[in-house]
Design a protein around this ligand. Structure first.
Ligand code: FA5
Length: 337
């Protein structure tokens, strides 16, 4: 029995098998236990000998079982550690990483250039009141120029802003008459325009506003020329063409010499050599007053440009709709911006 037990304990391969062996030999109904139990039938003079032997075998078995158990536990731990080892030299799984949308990238470029010229970045709501979008900008109800920007109304007094110009009056109010005011405001705007290659019903604008003593049209021209040269990274010429906006007087549109042909005339500039990039002008005295500024003492200029059109020129994109249809083949080309 002793030998049989010793060899089967040695041969045990798992902790479960070992447990079974412990029951088999030492359990209540175990083989050795039944021998010990049978002692009463043994002749009294032989009892000490047989009893001693049986006890010796029992402690030997217990020792073997304990030793084997700790061996098996150690082996199991080693196996688990081996199995769970992480090979840090394996190549990692690549997590898909999004990229900044080209319009957002262009807005950030525009912000950086103006911040470099001392401007602050302001914000305003996309859901706007009729007052800030029109009234405060010298566009009273029934003013025909309201048709220039067909609007999405939510209620008769609330609409999706048609331009970023409402931020002009909001900013002046927040500044409470302090000068200088020198901000730009990028953001989304909405118009009931039919979508085509250069128009979208939702697009972005960057507004600019400067108010101080003695601000003139030449500062407007200088700031915008410097901006355009930094943005396009080349020497350009600008020209101001008379235009009309109810909230500026005089009003202009700014053209830059065509960035595609250098002003010689091409398909992009329709052979004129010039490309319009924004609307601007001297802030109308009534708008200054609505913002809480004395128009006798202060003057200012404002401008509004469209980042989509700027991006199209800078990167040679021929259809504004590419920006909104989220074709990854298009978007991935701007990974490095
Ligand atoms: C305005 O929205 C004036 N608020 C700009 C302004 C600000 C003038 C401050 C004076 C002082 P306009 O409607 O022209 O103006 O739009 C300005 C620019 O937005 C355009 O030059 C063009 O780049 C862009 N834009 C206009 N409509 C769309 C459109 N549907 N899709 C894409 N870009 C557009």
């Amino acid at each position: 029995l002793r030998e049989e037990a010793a060899s089967s304990i040695q041969a045990a391969e798992s902790l479960e098998q070992l447990k079974e062996l412990r029951i088999k030999y030492l359990g209540k109904k175990g083989e050795l236990t039944s021998i010990l139990r049978g002692m009463k039938d043994v002749a009294p003079e032989e009892r000490p000998v047989i009893g001693g032997l049986a006890n010796e075998i029992r402690s030997a078995m217990e020792k073997q079982l304990d030793e084997k158990e700790s061996d098996l536990q150690e082996a199991a731990l080693k196996a688990r550690l081996k199995e769970e080892t992480i090979d840090v030299t394996l190549p990692g799984k690549q997590a898909p990483l999004g990229t900044i949308h080209p319009i957002q990238a262009v807005i950030e470029q525009i912000e950086d250039i103006f911040i470099g010229m001392g401007f602050e970045v302001a914000e305003g709501p996309e859901v706007e009141s009729d007052y800030y979008n029109f009234e405060a900008l010298n566009l009273p109800k029934e003013h025909p120029a309201r048709d220039m920007q067909d609007s999405f109304y939510i209620t008769p007094e609330i609409l999706l802003r048609t331009h970023t110009s409402p931020v002009q009056v909001r900013t002046m109010e927040a500044k409470e008459g302090q000068v200088p005011v020198k901000i730009i405001c990028p953001g989304k705007v909405y118009r009931r325009d039919d979508d085509d290659a250069t128009h979208s019903h939702q697009f972005t604008q960057v507004e600019g506003l400067v108010v101080d003593r003695g601000i003139s049209m030449s500062e407007l021209n200088g700031i915008l020329l410097s901006f355009a040269e930094q943005f396009f990274g080349m020497e350009l010429e600008t020209r101001l063409r008379p235009s009309y906006f109810p909230f500026t007087e005089p009003s202009v549109e700014m053209d830059i010499s065509c960035v595609m042909c250098g002003g010689k005339g091409c398909r992009v500039c329709k052979q004129t050599g010039w490309i319009e990039i924004l609307g601007a002008g001297m802030v109308h005295p009534r708008v200054l007053e609505h913002g809480g500024y004395n128009a006798e003492r202060y003057t200012g200029f404002a401008f509004g440009m469209g980042p989509e059109r700027m991006a199209m020129l800078k990167y040679g994109i021929d259809d504004i709709r590419h920006f909104y249809t989220n074709d990854l083949r298009f978007l991935r080309q701007f990974k490095t911006l």
